[in-house]
Each structure stands twice: as structure tokens, then as C-alpha cells.
Design a protein around this ligand. Structure first.
Ligand code: ACO
Length: 781
């Protein structure tokens, strides 16, 4: 899902060549530059390395200072008959005369290469490699038109020359060394796969990993636009920041692809989200365009992967790349317990390790990359038997928890897709949103948050969708004036999550966010008639929930039409509003005859995947029960006591029930030490009294304020009375304490109507009380 309100409409400035690496100096015009450029240098290097030693000395003499006595200042021997510029190795005269004088200082060639007399063949070859890189860069400098790029080539040229003179290793002198941002792009994409797809069966996860790998490969061979091209395309961008990254990219990633004497790093391993953000929009557009153009060249088995899954993958990734608080960029991102870590690397290099391998990688068209992905193994899945990570070990263990080993073992059987019974989409057991989710994965439907903007140029596609939404809402909400719908849908303060099928809008939820008030108002929600009850409404709401979690708004409010109350209830809405009245009165629009409903979001739930996760958990429990059953061999005779007139027996007296793992519920630790009990109860009571919903229960109910209260409520109780009882050591058991507290809530619900503020306070405080009691270990969790 993409926030299309902010989609960049700028035309790509780097052309289709961006898909394939271009050699320095090629100006990003022809994609085959990389392969040809590096191959040409490699051939030249091989030729030179196999030439006789005098020939090598002649070549190196050109880049070596004169060692003749008298402190000659000449820094390179120049032949009397200079070869064309740049010098070419093919132009070889077989005879090398070490006595030939230098055109510049008149000292001999031999005077320039005395330092190489005892140098090994290997070192000579290394230096010759640098020489050829220098010559290649020389050509690049002259061909390059972009001033920033030219300047970097020149600096690298000087650096390489210096390292020949000093016989050293070319070391880039920079304030910062790679990696420049953490987590790296590779780690971020890896986290993204974990975050969004770890629940998938292994085969599908493998497909996602192929896509991730393909994407990372593309970035590693992506030709960045020059800073000036970028300034033209995105004038308001952080130009200085981009230039810094561009320079680093040229020095550490791009030029070393051709000049292998420079240490080479992968873009995805040394850059992070900042660089990805500056290339993603353009890159996504071009990759999709290329996929479309290449579709006939794609191997048949990769067609669905690239034409269907890849676009969807990129849309989902785009959201995480531009989101302000996506967890995938957090340094301490932890994979979900179910997924395990599946690192996806783009090459065989360990992260942040420079590679000195010459770049023989061919230009990667999507079709080729698809093949690369088939043949190169993706990351290995952690085997269930492997020890748990440190992080997993750190998770708090709950008494009675099922051992992790056992869960892993069961998970391994479930991860096999064949092990989960495929629910038919029409089956009563399939989740409400299952069909919609599958359609989204296949690319049949798409979700976009769109809106009208006063700052951006109108985008035709978005305007068409807004008109489509206005139509759907007008038809489905006939009691709403059409003009009113139009006004809100096109109001820049409102946004609409739209559901698109075959390029057409078939549903949506129009909403207005109130971040300062901590809630969002859902204004209209509808799905076109012939597409209703297919799960789209549920999937829309789930996407809306995830969108809001990302934007840190955790409450929805809506005035539900009387016919839509059922739908909203199924989406987790209730009439019990959690947002304090003071926060929304005056903000939310009032609708006559509609019911105010609210929904509190839980930020740790991945809503669009929730039903799949539940399904998987159900399978795990089922399997665990089956295992337990298989272990219990003993068959007890049936109970006969009922035939003898017994009407009721305690559950624990049923033979064999404890062996199944059953435990009496609600039993907790009774604290024997009276002082310990006192202090535990005192702490709990203090917590309850300081809760924001405790105010109605602080003191006994006054007769004047609640007429007839004491006729209705026979055993009143309040927190003040409880404090007094605690002080006087009345609570000798936890049960006495809990009974009094429970009475407060029951009395309140008996006397007050459900929609009253008091009733809601009782519910919320009761929930809080039980949490505290459980935390203290007074009842079982
Ligand atoms: N009343 C009761 N239950 C409903 C209703 C309804 N009006 N509509 C859907 N449901 C149920 C479905 O039966 C389904 O339950 P189930 O899985 O247990 O069978 C569940 O809600 C979700 O169904 P989906 O298929 O996910 O939802 P759908 O795609 O049909 O979209 C929606 C629901 C948006 C309410 C659609 O029916 C619609 O457009 N209705 C007309 C317009 C409308 O009433 N909009 C809400 C007005 S209020 C407001 O806009 C703030």
C-alpha cells in the first residue's frame, strides 16, 4: 500500500540505463558499459601481466619518479617517441631500451625504475593493474561532462598515481569509512522480509526471498543520478546530503567495479535508508517498466514472480522505506519468533567487507536477475534443532510454558504448506479476509491511501480515483447528501484508503486524522454492491489499522449507520468508547441517527496478517494436543457415579484429568506470611486507587447523589472502606480482598446503565485490577 498522496511524479532523469551499470565516463547512456568496460580493462591487464619484464618496467617507468643523483624532480619517464594519449598497451615495440633518455629530464628509463629492480613479479603485476586503472580513469575524466563526477574521477586518478609512486595500496582518505549508515539497505530489506512475511509457509517465503535478492542485486548495479540531475528533478531535496552519498558511492562502489585496484563495497551493504530513499521511487518505476518491456524474454517459470509478485513486493517495501517509524530500520529490530533469521545477501561477500574481485558481473536485466536468483542459493532457513538466539533466550518464560524445542519441532511440520489443510475460500473455517488477502498477493487488488493536495500538482490518476470513491460512497450511502460526500472526499484534510481492482475504485474508507487528539475519525466506509461480503471491507479496515499504527494513532471513532453496526463490531469496534470525551467533542462530526463506535488498536498486531497467524497458532495447538493425546496411553473407565444419583463432582476428581495437563483455574498463590500478604495487597490497592477510572469508587456512594442506591445495592463497597479494612488487617486471605473489590464492580454495573460513564469505568478498572492481581501472582495468568 502506498501513500499515493505523496507519489513523486517526476520523470526519471537517468533513463533506462539505470537498470544496468554504466562504466565511468559512459554518462549513464549505454547499459552495456559495465560489462564491456571492466572486461576490456581485464583483457589489457592480462596482456600486460604476461609481457616480458623490460616491457613492464617501461610501463611502470612512465609513472615512476626519477632516481638519478642530483635530486631530479621528474615524476615519470617520458619516451622520446610518445605513444598516443592515453598510452595504449597494444602499441608495443618489442625492444625496450633502459638507456633511452627521458624527454623531460634526460635521465634514462633505467634511472626511473631502479626501485623496481628487486621487486617481485606479483608486486609488479599489482602496480601494473593500478597503472591501467589510472589510464582508464584518465579517459573517463576527459569524457565526463558532469562536473561533480569529473572531480571525483580526478581525485581517484591522483590517488592511484600516488600509490604507484609510493608503491603503496590505494587508500581512500575520508572522514568516515564504510558502512555509512546502519542498518544497511541489505539488513533493512532482510528485516522487511521478516517483518512482513515470516508467517508464510517456507515455499512462499522462499519466493519473497528471491524477490528481495533480485531487488538488492538491482541496487548494487544501479547507476545513481548525478547531483545536478537530482537537483533538477527534486529541487527541494537535501542536495548537500545527496552529493556526499553520491561521492561515496562513486568512490567505494561504482568506480571500483571497473578499477579493481580500489577496494570495492556493495551499495546495499554500506548505505542505508537515506540512499535507498533517494533512489527508490525512480528505481521502482523503471524496474516495473522494464519488467513490462521484457515480459516476453522472461523465463516462463519466472513470469509470475516478476510480473505479479515483484510489483506488489515493491509497493509494500516502498511503504516501509518512506514511513517515519517503520520498525525495519530500527537497529534492534528482532525477527518475529515464528520466522527465525533468514539473511539475504546479494553476493558471497560478508557484510562490510571490501571485495577485490574484478567485476565480471554482467549487466543485470530483470530476466537475467531472475535466472541468477534461481541458481544462487538464497539464505538458509534456521533448522529447528539449532540453538535459540540470544534474544530468544532473553524472552521471559512463563511457568507452564510449552518448551521452545517442542514448539520448534511442531512448527517444522507446519511450515510445510502441505501440512496445513488448505481451507477452501468458501469454507466456514476460512478467515473473513482470506480471499481478499490472496487477491492482494496476486496483484488482483491494490490499496492506496490517497487525498487531494493543495501543495502538489494534481495527479490525474489520483483525481480519477477520488471521483470513483465519491461515486461509491454516494451509491452506498444514499442518505448522505452527494455534495457533502464530494466536499469531504476532496477536502485536503481528509484522506481515503482506496481499494482498486482492475484500475477501478471498488471501495474505500475516508478518514480524518487528529494526531494531537490521539484519534482518527472514519467518515465514510463502503464497498460497491457487487463486491460486498467478499472480505474486502475487512481487509480495507485491516490496512487502515496498520496505516494508523505506523502513524502512531491508536484509536478510531466513527458514527456507524444502523445497518453497519454489525460490520463495525466484526472489525473490533464497540460502543464502549475508550477515547475521553474531552478529546473528541468538537472535533468529530455528529450524525443524526447514527451510533458512535470506537476501536482501540494494538500496535503489536500485524492486522492484515492476523487471521493467518491465528490459523497457524491454531494448527500448533492442535498438533500439540494430538501429541499429548498420543502420550496418554491409559484409558480410564467412564464415570458411573451419576447413575447412582450423584449430581455434581469436582472436576479434579475425574480420573486422568490432571494427566492431560488440566489445572484448576483461578487458583493462585495464597501468601502464608501475613506481612507479605499485607504489603502485596497494599501495593495493589494503591495502584487501583491511582488509576484514571477509579474516581467513581473512591468513597461510599452518597444517598443524595444516587437516589434509591441503597435499596438496590445491598452490600455496598468502595476503595476508602477497603483501605480501612486493609489497615485494620481484615484481609487475612487474598480471597477476602478480591471479593470486596469485585463487589465494587458488580454493584456499579447493577445500578448504572451500560452506556453510562460509571459502567465503563467499572469495566476498565476491573480489567486493570485483574492484571495487577495476576502480576502479583495471586491468581494464575
Ligand atoms: N451488517 C451486518 N454485518 C455486515 C454488514 C452489515 N451491514 N455488512 C457486512 N457485514 C458483515 C459480513 O457479513 C461479514 O461477516 P461474516 O464474515 O461473519 O459473514 C463482515 O461484516 C465483513 O464483511 P466483508 O465482506 O469484509 O465486508 P464488505 O466488503 O461487505 O464491506 C461494508 C462492508 C463496507 C459495510 C459494505 O457492506 C457496504 O459498503 N455497505 C453499504 C455502505 C455502509 O453501510 N457503510 C457503512 C456506513 S457507516 C460509515 O460509513 C461510517
Amino acid at each position: 500500500m502506498a501513500d499515493s498522496a505523496g507519489i513523486q511524479q517526476g520523470s526519471p532523469a537517468i533513463g533506462a540505463a539505470g537498470l544496468v551499470p554504466a562504466a565511468p565516463g559512459a554518462g549513464g547512456t549505454e547499459g552495456s558499459g559495465a560489462a564491456r568496460g571492466s572486461a576490456r580493462i581485464a583483457v589489457k591487464k592480462a596482456q600486460l601481466r604476461s609481457s616480458p619484464r623490460p616491457k613492464k618496467l617501461e610501463k611502470l617507468g612512465v609513472y615512476s619518479s626519477c632516481k638519478a643523483e642530483g635530486a631530479c624532480k621528474c615524476n615519470g619517464w617520458k619516451s622520446q617517441n610518445p605513444p598516443p594519449t592515453p598510452p595504449q598497451t597494444e602499441q608495443q615495440s618489442n625492444a625496450v631500451n633502459l638507456q633511452e633518455p627521458c624527454r623531460s629530464c634526460s635521465h634514462t628509463l633505467g634511472d626511473h625504475v631502479t626501485h623496481l629492480e628487486n621487486v617481485s613479479e606479483e608486486e609488479m603485476n599489482r602496480l601494473l593493474g593500478i597503472v591501467l586503472d589510472v589510464e582508464y580513469l584518465y579517459t573517463c575524466i576527459h569524457k565526463e561532462e558532469d562536473a561533480d563526477t569529473k572531480q571525483v574521477y580526478f581525485s581517484l586518478f591522483k590517488l592511484l598515481r600516488k600509490s604507484i609512486l609510493q608503491m603503496g595500496k590505494p587508500m581512500l582518505e575520508a572522514q568516515e569509512s564504510p558502512p555509512f549508515e546502519k542498518p544497511s539497505i541489505e539488513q533493512g530489506v532482510n528485516n522487511f522480509v521478516q517483518y512482513k512475511f515470516s508467517h508464510l509457509p517456507s515455499k512462499e517465503r522462499q519466493t519473497i526471498m528471491e524477490l528481495a535478492k533480485m531487488f538488492l542485486n538491482q541496487i548494487n548495479y544501479w547507476q545513481l543520478e548525478t547531483p545536478s540531475q537530482r537537483r533538477q528533478r527534486v529541487p527541494n531535496d537535501d542536495a548537500a546530503g545527496y552529493k556526499v552519498n553520491y561521492t561515496r558511492w562513486l568512490c567505494y562502489c561504482n568506480v571500483p567495479q571497473f578499477c579493481d585496484s580500489l577496494p570495492r563495497y556493495e551499495t546495499t551493504q554500506i548505505f542505508g535508508r537515506t540512499l535507498l530513499r533517494s533512489v527508490f521511487t525512480v528505481m521502482r518505476k523503471q524496474l516495473l517498466e522494464q519488467a513490462r518491456q521484457e515480459k516476453d524474454k522472461l523465463p516462463p517459470e519466472k513470469r509470475t514472480l516478476i510480473l505479479t509478485h515483484f510489483p506488489k513486493f515493491l509497493s509494500m517495501l516502498e511503504e516501509e522505506v518512506y514511513s517515519h517509524n517503520s520498525p525495519i530500520w530500527s537497529q534492534d529490530f528482532l525477527a518475529g519468533a515464528a520466522g527465525g533469521q533468514i539473511p539475504i545477501h546479494t553476493g558471497d561477500m560478508p557484510s562490510h567487507t571490501p571485495s577485490h574481485t574484478p567485476s565480471h558481473t554482467p549487466s543485470h536485466t530483470l530476466a537475467e536477475t531472475a535466472f541468477l536468483c534461481v541458481h544462487s542459493p538464497a539464505g538458509e532457513k534456521r533448522k529447528p534443532s539449532e540453538p535459540l538466539s540470544h534474544e530468544e533466550n532473553k524472552r521471559p518464560r512463563v511457568v507452564g510454558d510449552i518448551p521452545m524445542d517442542l514448539i520448534n519441532e511442531v512448527m517444522a511440520t507446519i511450515a510445510d504448506p502441505a501440512a496445513i489443510p488448505e481451507t477452501s475460500l468458501l469454507s466456514a473455517h476460512s478467515a473473513r479476509d482470506e480471499a481478499a488477502r490472496l487477491e492482494e498477493r496476486r496483484g488482483v487488488i491494490e490499496f492506496h491511501v490517497i487525498g487531494n493536495s493543495l501543495n502538489q500538482k494534481p495527479n490525474k490518476r489520483i483525481l480519477m480515483w477520488l471521483v470513483g470513491l465519491q461515486n461509491v460512497f454516494s451509491h452506498q450511502l444514499p442518505r448522505m447528501p452527494k455534495e457533502y460526500i464530494t466536499r469531504l472526499v476532496f477536502d485536503p484534510k481528509h484522506k481515503t484508503l482506496s481499494l482498486i481492482k482492475d484500475g477501478r475504485v471498488i471501495g474505500g474508507i475516508c478518514f480524518r486524522m487528529f494526531p494531537s487528539q490521539g484519534f482518527t475519525e472514519i467518515v465514510f466506509c463502503a464497498v460497491t454492491s457487487n463486491e460486498q461480503v467478499k472480505g474486502y471491507g475487512t481487509h480495507l479496515m485491516n490496512h487502515l489499522k496498520e496505516y494508523h499504527i505506523k502513524h502512531e494513532i491508536l484509536n478510531f471513532l466513527t458514527y456507524a449507520d444502523e445497518y453497519a453496526i454489525g460490520y463495525f463490531k466484526k472489525q473490533g469496534f464497540s460502543k464502549d468508547i475508550k477515547v475521553p470525551k474531552s478529546k473528541y467533542v468538537g472535533y468529530i462530526k455528529d450524525y443524526e441517527g447514527a451510533t458512535l463506535m470506537g476501536c482501540e488498536l494494538n500496535p503489536s498486531i500485524p492486522y492484515t496478517e492476523f487471521s493467518v497467524i491465528i490459523k497457524k497458532q491454531k494448527e500448533i495447538i492442535k498438533k500439540l494436543i494430538e501429541r499429548k493425546q498420543a502420550q496418554i496411553r491409559k484409558v480410564y473407565p467412564g464415570l458411573s457415579c451419576f447413575k447412582d444419583g450423584v449430581r455434581q463432582i469436582p472436576i479434579e476428581s475425574i480420573p486422568g484429568i490432571r494427566e492431560t495437563g488440566w489445572k484448576p483455574v483461578g487458583k493462585g498463590k495464597e501468601l502464608k506470611d501475613p506481612d507479605q500478604l499485607y504489603s502485596t495487597l497494599k501495593t495493589i490497592l494503591q495502584h487501583v486507587k491511582s488509576h484514571q477510572n477509579a474516581w467513581p469508587f473512591m468513597e461510599p456512594v452518597k444517598k443524595t447523589e444516587a437516589p434509591g442506591y441503597y435499596q438496590v445495592i445491598r452490600f455496598p463497597m468502595d476503595l476508602k472502606t477497603m483501605s480501612e479494612r486493609l489497615k485494620s488487617r481484615y484481609y487475612t486471605t487474598r480471597k477476602l480482598f478480591m471479593a470486596d473489590m469485585q463487589r465494587i464492580f458488580t454493584n456499579c454495573r447493577e445500578y448504572n446503565p451500560p452506556e453510562s460513564e460509571y459502567y465503563k469505568c467499572a469495566n476498565l478498572l476491573e480489567k486493570f485490577f485483574y492484571t495487577k492481581i495476576k502480576e502479583a501472582g495471586l491468581i494464575e495468568k
